[in-house]
Design a protein around this ligand. Structure first.
Ligand SMILES: Cc1ncc(COP(=O)(O)O)c(C=O)c1O
Length: 380
């Protein structure tokens, strides 16, 4: 039980519905059992059978030659940018709202001696290929110019609210980059959400990507880990780079087992998260509040963004009210179900919050969260 103080009263919170991120899940008993039973060895010698199985399975699912297991998605992206860049000072092109640009501490420059150049993201997570074209700098003899070493795209797109990149756009982009001989990397932290949303295998989505990172510790529910896939020679280089970043592990089969379990058992259920994200978004739209809106067209996977009219509502005040239970709430007959429940959401920008569905949120939790959101919204 979790206690929270509100000015004059102290109310006991019996239930916390945590919608901040799909990274908050806890491994269930079957996943823990798989971890407990994992065969292990020293992965430094390539002798951890479970890690090897996970890497082979990932390569097979993505239809790439090889794969490497890493501690995090960030490390997968950083390793990729470094390996794709043959020259110090190369330029990596990323979307203006990409995780790599906004949330990875500038690792490309801090650690990789690379510079990030942004191309404006459109609301659906894509960007204008003509706009990109102006920014590409294939290897030229001009000593003033950095070379473009790789273009990175993100799928699903986190800051755009979990949007799924259209296959047609990826095809068009990859054709363009092939002509320029510039590699394409996908930050596919949630690429399985994209695959479930489109109803296609992940291998189709990444068909023309030279490298892809995906996370096991987001919607798939593992406690840790990401995998990077690509060609044999790319992954060989990635192993060297992972080592120097301190990401090489030893008996990592214990955590790889969770990843393998997730790949086999937790992909199909992502559809439930998508459906639930849509129900919350629809419920918010149904309130028809001028101060809280969701763009339903952009609710394409397990996330939704609530846009807030900041001339009327203070975003942190809204988040805070979801974390409190007031006396009126307990008296409201509609809210008996939400009795002593708080809902956690995260601030996405100065005028929006993000809600993320995941495996530890049930249908009943969704209904309760909707009631709580309705109640709090009605107070503004
Ligand atoms: C789109 C995207 N890429 C990469 C990452 C980084 O993953 P990790 O937290 O495993 O480093 C995240 C994490 O939230 C993400 O949302």
């Amino acid at each position: 039980m979790y206690k929270i103080t509100e000015s004059e009263n102290l109310l006991t919170v019996n239930k916390i519905i945590d919608l901040r991120s799909d990274t908050v899940t806890r491994p269930d008993i079957k996943m823990r059992q798989a971890m407990f039973e994992a065969e292990v060895g020293d992965d430094g010698y390539g002798e951890d059978p479970t890690v090897n199985r996970l890497e082979n399975r990932a390569a097979q699912l993505f239809q790439k030659e090889a794969a490497i297991f890493l501690p995090s998605g960030l490390m997968g992206n950083l390793v990729s940018m470094i390996v794709h860049s043959k020259h110090r000072g190369s330029e990596v092109i990323v979307g203006s709202k990409s995780h790599i640009l906004l949330w990875e501490q500038g690792g490309a420059s801090q650690i990789g001696s690379l510079q990030l150049r942004e191309v404006k993201n459109l609301p659906d997570g894509t960007f204008d290929i003509l706009d990109l074209n102006e920014k590409l700098r294939p290897e030229s003899p001009d000593p003033h110019e950095p070379y473009t070493s790789v273009v990175c795209i993100e799928n699903t797109h986190n800051t755009c609210g979990g949007t799924v990149l259209p296959l047609k756009w990826i095809d068009e982009l990859s054709n363009k980059l092939k002509k320029e001989k510039i590699p394409l990397h996908m930050d596919g932290a949630r690429v399985f959400n994209a695959a479930v949303s489109l109803g296609v295998p992940v291998s189709r989505i990444v068909r023309d990507c030279d490298s892809v990172t995906f996370c096991l510790s987001k919607g798939l529910g593992s406690p840790i880990g990401a995998v990077l896939v690509g060609s044999k020679s790319f992954i060989q280089q990635a192993r060297r780079t992972r080592k120097v970043l301190g990401g090489a592990m030893r008996q990592a089969g214990v955590i790889a087992a969770a990843g393998l379990y997730a790949l086999e058992n937790c992909v199909e259920r992502l559809a439930d998260d998508h459906r639930r994200a849509k129900s919350i978004a629809c419920a918010i739209q149904e309130i028809a509040s001028p101060n809280f809106t969701c763009n339903l067209n952009l609710v394409q996977s397990n996330m939704l963004i609530i846009n807030i009219n900041v001339s009327k509502v203070n975003v942190s005040d809204f988040i805070q009210k979801l974390l409190l239970i007031d006396k009126n709430e307990l008296l409201d007959s509609n809210l008996n179900k939400t009795h002593s429940t708080i809902v956690k959401v995260s601030q996405l920008s100065s005028d929006s919050v993000r809600i993320v569905l995941h495996k530890d949120i049930s249908e009943q939790d969704v209904n309760i969260a909707i009631e709580k959101l309705k109640y709090v919204i009605s107070r503004f």
